[in-house]
Design a protein around this ligand. Sequence first.
Ligand SMILES: [Zn+2]
Length: 234
Amino acid sequence: MNPVLYDKKVTCPVCNLTFHTKKVRTSTIRIKKRDTDFCIYYEGENPLFYEVFACPNCGYAALEKVFDDITPSQKQLIQSKISKQWVQRDLGQARTVQEAIEVYKLALLCSEVLNQKKDRLGLICLRLAWWYRYLEDKENEKIFLKHAVNCFEDAFRFGAGTNGRLVDDIMLLYLLGELNRRLGRYEEAVAWFNRTISQPGIQTRKKIEEQAREQWRLAKEAYRKIKEDGGEEK
Ligand SMILES: [Zn+2]
């Protein structure tokens, strides 16, 4: 028995197959450090790699939290757009970062086919950016950070209420600030951090508030420097 990973039994809501997928034992999780966009580095196994469940039979994949959140008409969409081309295989074993990228991309594809809430797509894209960051693949990291920004912007602007959302408004606003900052779009970053700090309820989220103020300062400084150097923003 692997002391770190265990098998979780899951039933696919699309094809009804019961399969096993690995999860990390909570007691073994050790956090090494965290980036300012909440990318976490772990000692040993990364539990986030296992937060996507993927059915080996029909190819349906989704974040664990919303895996069962699928309507009958959406099931048909998965069957016609994913399952028909799916070559059966087991994605529920121990995952390397490459395999995590693969399974998250499958979840992203399913999420797009199902036209799911933008915050879900954004979260999957953000995590893909992190997996590329682990690999020091800056080009792909940037591609997925940009996708995440677009999805989070849509989620914030057009999201009808926070019902069923995986990311709440304060977190969305903070991430929009921080991801824009990481992409070198300092003026946008400052504007989103300003909105984060002035959001109702921010007083109850001290940690994010502090972090938003600190990152606002960094973005502001970087923006000023570009202006002084006469350079252009990216
Ligand atoms: Zn299935």
